[in-house]
Ligand binder design. Structure first.
Ligand SMILES: O=C(O)CCC(=O)C(=O)O
Ligand SMILES: [Fe+2]
Length: 310
């Protein structure tokens, strides 16, 4: 795997968000979004992913890590124990962190749908992931380079640019709460593949992964990953070929929160989140979980028990 991208150059590090003072739960949905820079837009369009290093403060990192490690403990066997969610406690502040909102306002909505009391995009999936040194990825799982749908064909989840405007389709934001070193097991990406016009070589043009491609080896060899300090944020379009990798860093576990967002008019994941959890969130954050529709009345801006995505 090539490991070219370092925090501090083309990934927009010059405009990295200053670590904020520790915030209490619920405060983020009131804070002003951090606009996406032109540099970030350029590299997101070029590569399909960007890294925003050092977004969180030390205190935030420590508190969030404590929550994540406590959450995965019950069935933690030194193996991957995914799937606990990041919808509660301090971790819920990541859902609408000002650094996320600024970027998603640019790449996942249109200005007329952005408001003071609601978001112009939806959240539809969140999971925590803790990986012990020695954790191995599997090609039956996300270790096989994959996409939401093959990028070279039109579909409702795909990455698009038209009229000078990005619309990223299904979009993932990953928060790395421990250090990640290139080549030691962060998520890897086939940069540019979100805009591919040709299939990656497998026998089935609808297959959303590279299995049975005669070019598998060169596809793996072309993938890149990143180094980042704890508290950094990655954003990628799920139309980009990407993969999980063996966590070989001997010095620390991988501890990451994976949050997935979509257009207010489209849905990929089932939400799998109880109303009781959403009901405790500030109203603006609740709007991330409203139903996926728009037309009628004043439009669809507010979450309620009978207007929730399923
Ligand atoms: O586990 C990883 O590093 C990648 C996860 C993944 O495939 C995804 O978030 O879509
Ligand atoms: Fe994936």
């Amino acid at each position: 795997m090539s490991t070219i991208t370092k925090p501090g150059n083309e990934t927009g590090a010059d405009s990295a968000v200053e670590p904020a003072a520790a915030f209490d739960a619920d405060s983020t949905s009131a804070a002003a979004p951090v606009p996406m820079t032109e540099e970030q837009k350029f590299f997101f369009d070029l590569k399909g992913w960007i890294l925003v290093p050092s977004v969180l403060s030390e205190t935030e990192i420590e508190e969030m890590k404590a929550e994540a490690y406590a959450a995965v403990k019950p069935d933690y066997q030194g193996k991957n124990s995914d799937l606990q969610q990041g919808y509660q406690g301090m971790l819920a502040n990541l859902l609408d962190h000002p650094a996320v909102v600024g970027i998603l306002n640019e790449i996942l909505t249109e200005p007329p749908f952005v408001g003071d009391d609601h978001y112009g995009f939806r959240c539809e999936n969140s999971f925590l992931m803790v990986r012990e040194p020695g954790w191995e990825s599997t090609v039956k799982g996300t270790g096989l380079p994959h996409v939401v749908r093959p990028p070279q064909q039109a579909n409702a989840m795909r990455y698009q640019v038209q009229g000078g405007k990005i619309f990223a389709g299904l979009t993932r934001v990953v928060w790395e709460l421990e250090e990640v070193r290139a080549g030691y097991g962060g998520t890897s990406f086939l940069s540019g593949s979100h805009k591919a016009h040709f299939n990656y070589g497998g026998p089935d043009r609808y297959r959303p992964n590279i299995s049975e491609s005669p070019w598998e080896e060169s596809l793996y060899a072309a993938m890149e990953d990143y180094s980042c300090p704890p508290g950094s944020m990655l954003v990628f379009t799920e139309s980009l070929i990407h993969a999980a990798n063996d966590w070989t860093n001997p010095d620390n576990r991988r501890c990451a929160v994976f949050n997935c967002y979509n257009s207010i008019w489209a849905q990929w994941h089932r939400l799998n989140l109880d109303h009781e959890v959403i009901d405790k969130m500030p109203p603006k954050r609740q709007s991330l979980f409203r139903g996926a529709w728009q037309l009628g009345g004043d439009g669809n801006r507010t979450y309620s028990a009978d207007n929730r995505s399923v």
